[in-house]
Write a protein that binds this ligand. Structure first.
Ligand SMILES: *[C@@H]1O[C@H](CO)[C@@H](O)[C@H](O)[C@H]1NC(C)=O
Ligand SMILES: *[C@@H]1O[C@H](CO)[C@@H](O)[C@H](O)[C@H]1NC(C)=O
Length: 242
């Protein structure tokens, strides 16, 4: 097929001169043009293109002071294209929390490998709050779009495996996005809270993975670390501080 051979040639040519994200874009574009899975298998002609190493990733890493996650989606691992699946592996330090977030385009199943995780979930307006402890070997489900969080309640590093029923699940971190809205809109939404309080709150929000609750930190003999704040919503003219 034209799309297949053109894509393979293009991908091979461009991968010698382009950065990794552009190579991924070219591969994903080629895979999306392929009419069948048989064609996709030819487009990704190297067997190793079907393996993603979460322990030695080069892309898809999100880090905070308390841990990190590694994500294999169509944006980092083109082999998922056409298969409707993606995966995130998390490494949560002692008391670390993946702060409240949603996945706008996929449901998630989340398996605790070797730590105990406290999870909470709010699916939508009117829904009851669901909370659980996930001991090692257990799994929970977060419906598409539900606000959820997970905290490692232990004093050792814990690993989790999150699988998605979509190749581009997306993630929307609640605090980082909400507190990045225009300050006057936040003031109004928060019942008339002062501008100093709103800006003060907005500037405190740490990068994910964040340090968890005071109770856990105290129990594990830890103090809350200084946390970077580079994941906050950028301020442009529409949401600028006055
Ligand atoms: C999976 O659950 C763990 C523990 O509950 C949590 O830290 C993590 O954020 C969840 N993963 C995702 C991608 O939501
Ligand atoms: C859980 O597994 C991760 C990844 O292998 C490891 O770094 C961590 O130390 C383990 N934690 C425990 C409590 O065994």
């Amino acid at each position: 097929m034209f799309s297949f051979s053109a894509a393979v040639v293009l991908s091979a040519l461009l991968s010698t001169v382009l950065s990794t994200p552009l190579v991924v874009s070219v591969e994903v574009a080629a895979l999306r043009l392929d009419p069948t899975q048989v064609d996709r298998l030819s487009t990704l002609s190297d067997d190793t293109q079907y393996v993603y190493d979460f322990f030695n990733p080069t892309t898809g890493i999100v880090s905070g002071a308390a841990g990190h996650t590694v994500t294999a989606t169509s944006g980092t691992f083109p082999a998922v294209v056409g298969n409707g699946v993606a995966m995130t592996i998390g490494f949560l330090g002692p008391c670390a929390m993946n702060s409240p977030h949603t996945h706008p385009r996929a449901a998630e199943i989340n398996f605790s490998v070797n730590g105990t995780l406290r999870t909470g979930m709010l699916a939508e307006n009117g829904a009851r709050f669901v909370v659980n402890e996930l001991p090692p070997g257990s799994m929970t489900v977060f419906p598409q779009g539900a606000i959820h969080f997970e905290m490692n309640t232990g004093c050792d590093v814990a690993m989790f495996v999150a699988a998605f029923n979509g190749e581009d699940p997306g993630v929307l971190q609640m605090a980082q996005r909400f507190m990045g809205l225009p300050v006057d809109i936040l003031q109004a939404t928060l019942g008339g809270l002062g501008v100093v309080e709103v800006e003060g709150l907005a500037k405190m929000i740490p990068d994910n993975i964040v340090a968890g609750t005071d109770e856990c930190l105290q129990r594990c003999g830890l103090t809350r670390p200084t946390q970077p704040t580079s994941q906050q919503q950028p301020r442009v003219s529409g949401n600028a501080y006055a």
